[in-house]
Design a protein. Structure first.
Length: 410
């Protein structure tokens, strides 16, 4: 059996005041506790346009919300349609209907900040403004990252102050001249780490960069097997190697003019084979000890190259043999020293520079550090100038480059 229901229109719940319906812009209301509403109406009741204007305010523990039914911020739907709210009496089954107004409540942000606070905010950088937003609205992960970055900045500032204080104390104790002298000695020590041993007091050119410092007797003997292919090489074979790009240009050029004497020819072949090993090593970034230069390279030579011309580095959970920038400079210095022994203590630095794929200024700096005399000479084609490095006695005095930024040694 159907239940009979009736509704009755009651008009305004209070005289001249419709029932307010509330909608929050930033979410739905989960609890009505600690929420106070205040309704304000215009006092000019005689003005037909103003007597219906209302402002509704809602106060919570955290924010204040405000909404109105007039002005540019009000809902347009209030002027286009009417709203009603019904109250059902379950006992009698009667629905009482009242007039209603819809209010759109928005958070009220305080605008009572002083001019000084506003100017201070405007003077902040973009990074500082973003940090303020993260502090107010950021996620917990963003706030932790912000806190960590600020701690790092504080530690960096403390470290910089400590370094400055330490430098001032050293200068006060030792004097500026002594500090500059120590720095110069340190630079010379850094340079000597990548250069072959230099005997500046030698009386003969052969003794300035001794051959035994470049290759030990055991290593020299081990080169006999792989270098044997160079001893009796023909012009056609050299041309074929050039087409295959199996060896660097310096080695191929020197193979064309090997000495006739059998002993000297064998010596030159061994030096050229080892020089090519050094060039190929300079191309690598990470060296695997077992496969450094292929199966033809004797183990004693492989061990020498890995031990003396690579730096240990930890990456991807393991230790690697790395050809760093400083190690490449060391390889270049040993190549120049070996080329001096091959070419009667004068070598074409331009050809070596191109084989090593490096800047001209870099190889010239290394050659000057080795106390070579740098001169210009026309190439065999006569179309371009080449830089020659010559070892002569007495050795010229090496001067550190002034005003050039010191390269970081890895």
């Amino acid at each position: 059996m159907a239940v009979e229901a009736r509704w009755r229109y009651r008009g305004d719940p209070q005289e001249g005041q419709s029932a307010p319906l509330v909608q929050f812009t930033n979410g739905t209301l989960k609890s009505c506790e600690n929420l106070n509403f205040t309704l304000y109406k215009n006092q000019d009741a005689s003005n037909p346009r103003k007597k219906h204007r209302r402002i509704l305010n809602a106060e919570t523990d955290r924010l204040s919300y405000v909404g109105n039914n007039f002005g540019p911020g009000c809902l347009k739907c209030n002027t286009l349609c009417r709203y009603f709210v019904g109250v059902l009496d379950k006992d009698s089954g009667e629905l009482e209907v009242y007039n209603a107004d819809l209010f759109h409540l928005q958070p009220l942000v305080s605008d009572d900040a002083g001019d000084e606070d506003l100017s201070e905010y405007l003077n902040k950088t973009y990074r500082e403004k973003v940090d303020l937003c993260i502090e107010a609205f950021g996620t917990s992960k963003q706030r932790r990252a912000l806190s960590s970055r600020r701690m790092n900045e504080v530690r960096k500032e403390v470290l910089n102050k400590a370094v400055v204080n330490a430098a001032e104390n050293i200068i006060e104790t030792k004097g500026m001249a002594a500090v500059v002298n120590d720095a110069t000695e340190d630079d010379k020590a850094d340079v000597s780490l990548v250069l072959p041993p230099c005997h500046a007091d030698a009386e003969r050119l052969e003794e300035v960069y001794k051959f035994d410092d470049l290759l030990s007797p055991a290593e020299y003997e081990a080169l006999k097997g792989p270098a044997a292919a160079f001893v009796n090489i023909t012009s056609d074979e050299i041309l074929k190697l050039k087409e295959q790009k199996s060896y660097c240009s310096f080695v191929l050029d020197e193979l064309k003019c090997l000495p006739v004497n059998e002993k000297k020819r064998d010596h030159q072949a061994r030096c050229l084979w080892f020089l090519d090993c050094l060039v190929k090593l300079s191309y690598q970034r990470v060296v695997k000890k077992k496969q450094a230069l292929g199966p033809d390279c004797p183990p004693i030579i492989t061990n020498k190259l890995v031990k003396n011309f690579t730096a240990l580095s930890y990456a991807n959970g393991r230790i690697q043999n790395l050809v760093s920038a400083s190690m490449k400079a060391k390889i270049t210095a040993y190549i120049i020293a070996l080329a001096l022994h091959i070419n009667h203590f004068q070598t074409d630095l331009t050809i070596l520079q191109r084989d090593l794929k490096m800047r001209e200024n870099r190889i010239l700096d290394i050659a000057k550090a080795m106390r070579l005399k740098i001169t210009k000479s026309k190439s065999l084609s006569g179309c371009e100038d080449h830089k020659l490095g010559t070892l002569c006695l007495p050795l010229p005095v090496y001067k550190m480059p002034v005003g050039r930024r010191k390269r970081k040694m890895n």
